[in-house]
Design a protein around this ligand. Sequence first.
Ligand code: NGQ
Ligand code: ZN
Length: 455
Amino acid sequence: MRALFARHALLPDGWQRDVLLEWDAHGDLTRVQAQAAPPLAVPRTDYVLPGMVNLHSHAFQRALGGLTERAGDGPDSFWTWRDLMYRFAARITPEQIEAIAAQLFAECLRHGYTSLCEFHYLQRGPNGETYARPAETAERVAAAGHATGMGLTLLPVLYSHAGFGEQPLRPEQRRFRTGVDDILAIVEALSPLRGGQLEVGAAPHSLRAATIDQVRELAASLPAGRPLHIHIAEQQAEVEQSIKFSSRRPVEYLMEQLSVDERWCLVHATHLNDEEVQALARSGAVAGLCPTTEANLGDGLFPLQSFIAAGGRFGVGSDSHVSQSPVEELRWLEYGQRLLHQRRNVAFTPAQRDVGQYLWQAALRGGAQATGRKVGLLAEGMRADLLVLDGSHPNLDGAQDADVLGRFLFCGNDNLVRDVLCGGRWVVQGGRHVAQDAITQRYRQAMTQLREVSQ
Ligand code: NGQ
Ligand code: ZN
């Protein structure tokens, strides 16, 4: 049965009643009709939302979650965390990457993400050797996407230097080493996997790891329309290094040197001055905000209020995966701003004053743009990616359409996502991923092996 009847569904123009949704064997929506009569054999549900986009992920880091929360001797920082993360990244195998990614994707699906952009930079073996297949590890991530049903945008990462001014890579970074030609070869190797559930873009890691000439070359060589993501201005130290090197702040420098447009997703973009806020908003590029990771790593707070006022586009990502829930990401995006400005209800526009609904729809719009895929809206021709919320949960008791997202995002910690359809496949039913047991068993095996190596 490729159909669903929702008594309440969030469509592009807002909540609608009695919506009949149908999709085809490819997983594309073929009919989205409001005020429909419920056909007899079609399953009926209460609240249906488009699935969220997770626009920034390093899947392997899921395995580190909760393991870097112990204070060291000096003041701990993003940079001390990064050393621990590199140590972990040094020993992971392709099989383990696949097992960890599958566990992560199943968790993300269960919490309401139906698309994910994988910013993938573990391209080489533990000693920096190339694998026989240039896209070996990226193919493992794709396999995890296939096994779990997650919609993916694979972003092979250009990583050539340790810092501004072409600093040579550190030994711990040898697994990441790639040049522009390597990335184009990986993009090419992945192209047979492209389809409704998978797109391939590319990502210069950061202005630390790639020179501006490399970024320009990669952007010019990637097939038109494919997404480009880059980490930028996440840490104050990075801004200072950029100024020292180029007399420009990172976002200022990137935008001055390249035509940054809708193809681009600037991940973090935490530290912006007013001119950068305006320029980034004007560019049509997406700011890729990762509030739980940015909090966990002590990055700082993105200037969301002025960015929204300037008409900027944004989406959310779980990045290091200390959270696998879009509820937590969006809640902390808003809460960070409330704490910063000492006020309430920050993320809204005059046209959409409901903070929950504004956040969900804005993050979908920006997130969808960053995927390069046909996602983010329940509309004909788009992917059949949707969430069915648990209408029997007390948090949704007596909910009006207008307050469903407020209740979903800002009340409690129960996961209200009951069923998830992704690319026309029911991948989560009754709160469980349909292949959960096998996925978790493989994850546990991988984690056991990794613990043995580290002892
Ligand atoms: C990453 N993480 O690529 O995983 C980075 C750390 C780096 C964040 N930026 C590595 N949160 O910046 O070189
Ligand atoms: Zn990242």
